[in-house]
Design a binder for this molecule. Sequence first.
Ligand SMILES: [Zn+2]
Length: 472
Amino acid sequence: MSALRLHDTATRETRDFVPLREGQVSMYLCGATVQAAPHIGHIRSGVCFDVLGRWLRTSGYDVTFCRNVTDIDDKILAKAVDEGRPWWAVATHYEREFTWAYQILGCTPPTVEPRATGHVTEMIELMQRLIDAGHAYASDGDVYFDVRSFPAYGSLSRQKIDDLQSAGDSEGDHRKRDSSDFALWKSAKPGEPSWPTPWGAGRPGWHLECSAMAGKYLGPQFDIHGGGLDLIFPHHENEIAQSKAVGDAFANFWVHNAWVTTSGEKMSKSLGNSLLVREVVKRVRPIELRYYLASAHYRSMIEFSFESLEESAVGFRRMENFVRRAIEALGDTAPATGTLPPAFVDAMNDDLAVPAALAVLHDTVTSGNSELAGEPSPDSLGAILGSVRAMLDVLGVDPLADSWVDQQASGDDESRVVIERLVAQQLRLRAEARERKDFAAADAVRDSLRDAGVVIEDTAGGARFTLDVGSS
Ligand SMILES: [Zn+2]
C-alpha cells in the first residue's frame, strides 16, 4: 500500500507526508478577502483543499482545518466607498457570498473559520514578540518587519533580499528602514476603522493576521499551509518571516494550487461577471462545476472555456447515470460505498494525481456499464457500484451524498433538467425556422423564450441560454 506524498513548495520536492502528531493533520488555508462575490478562480482553492481534506480523512486522519476570512483590507475599504455603505456591511455581505459558494460546491466546512478583526489581540502579541526579538520596529504609527534581520527571507520564493522590489505598501516608504520591509500594522487614516495598540491606533496588514490565526488555532508548528500560487510572494514569504522570526517552526508542507486561466492569463475582474460562481451554476449544476474544478491536477492551470466545462459535465453525467441505473437494478441491496481500487489509492497518494485517479474511476464505470448491459450479477454489480461511489465521494461528487441530495430536494436540479429540455426543443424549432428563412417565426421563438426569462445568446459554438427572470 502506498503512502501519501505531497509536493512541498518550500523544498520544491514531492516528499513523504508524515504528520507531526500521529493520526492527526492540521491544515491552514488562506481564505477569502471578502470584497467581491467569488468567481470560479477564487473558489478553485476551496475545492482543491477540500479534496485534500477528504483524502486525508479517507486515509484515516483526524483533520483540523482552519480557513480564515480577511474582513479588513484596503480593497474592502475602497469597495465600501464605491458602494456607499459601511466597510463591515461590505465584508459581511461578501463573506456570505463565499459561504454560499463553498456550500453549494460541496466543500466541507472548516473546523474553524476565524476573521481577522476578531484577532487583533493575537496580532498585537505577535508584533510585541517581533519587536522584542529585534525583528520589527514601530515607525510613526506603522509597524514594519525588518526583512534584513531575518536572513532566510526569500527562501520560499527563492529570491535574494537584494533583488527584491519594494514590498508594495509604498505610501509608507519614508517610514521604512529598508524598501523591502513590509507593514505588519498600518496607522489609522481619518475616517478609516482602527484598533488601539501600544504603537498607536491602526489596522492590521494582511500578512500578520494569518501568522496570528494559524498560531492560535494550529499551534507554533502545523502540518500543511495551503493557498493559491499567487500567494507565495509576498504573502506566504511574509507569514514565514513573522512566525519563524519569533521561533515558531510554522508549516511543515507548503501546498499551492494553480489558477484558473482564460486565454492563458490569470482570471481577472475585466472578464465581467460571467465567471462568478452564481452565474456559472446557471449553466451547469453545482456538482458539475465542482467536478470540473476538481478534475484537473491541483498544480495544473485550468484553461477555462464554457465548451470544456460542458464537455466535463457530460463526462460526469455518464458516471452519474451509471450510479442511478445500478441502484435501480440492485434495489435495496445497493451499497452506499465500497472499496477503493488500489490504483485509485496510488494515484491519490501520488501528490493527489486526480487525472490518474479519474482514469480508474472511468474504467470502473465502463465495466459497470457492461455488467448492466448483460445479465448483471448482483454481487459484482454491487461491488462496482460501491467502489464507484467511494471514489466519487473522495472527490466530493457522489451524487447521492447528503449535501447534493439536499440541493436536489430544493427542486433546483430537476427543474433545471426540465428547462434544459424545453429550451432545447424551442431552439431546434428556431434553427429550423432560420433554415427555411422564416425569420419572423425564428424571432417569435426567441421573444417568447425571453418573455419567460430565458435569454438566448448565439455563439460560435451554437446557441446558449441563461435564465434572467428579472428581464421578463
Ligand atoms: Zn494568508
